[in-house]
Design a protein around this ligand. Structure first.
Ligand code: CUA
Length: 145
């Protein structure tokens, strides 16, 4: 094995280790994980925000061409929200900016993620799966007060 080959191998292994450490850091340090799909769950009839307790909410979010229901919600800072996402027609996406919420909205299936909003502000959410002519208009916001 010549020197060049050795260097390339060492560089490749270092990069692999670096990326592996990043994945471990995202999973443990940042709390990122694979979104939960609940194939047995009954998709919610309508989109709504339900208060479960003090700073505890359940958000049933229904995606359809080309809107989210509801597309604006208000919660107090420090709230923990259980988000259940489904779709009425085609596959949509659901990403909330500055959070680790990144779900697929699939017809007949429910995707789930829990998130806590500690910082007040407006969190835009968007559809990130191309779903037709008005895909780019499909958005909403979570207002944390
Ligand atoms: Cu819905 Cu793109």
């Amino acid at each position: 094995m010549d020197l060049f080959e050795k260097r390339i191998l060492i560089m490749s292994l270092t990069l692999l280790l670096f990326f592996f450490i990043l994945v471990v850091y995202a999973a443990t340090g940042l709390g990122a994980d694979v979104p939960t799909c609940l194939p047995e769950a009954q998709p919610p009839e309508k989109g709504e925000l339900i208060q479960l307790g003090d700073k505890r909410y359940q958000l049933n979010l229904v995606a359809r061409m080309w809107t989210f229901e509801p597309n604006e919600i208000r919660i107090p800072a420090g709230s923990t929200v259980d988000i259940y996402v489904t779709s009425r027609d085609v596959v949509h996406g659901f990403h909330v900016e500055r959070t680790l919420v990144n779900l697929m909205a699939i017809p007949g299936v429910v995707s789930y993620r829990r998130v806590t909003f500690d910082r007040p502000g407006e969190y835009l959410f968007v559809c990130h799966e191309f779903c037709g002519i008005a895909h780019h208009t499909m958005a909403g916001k979570i207002i944390v007060e």
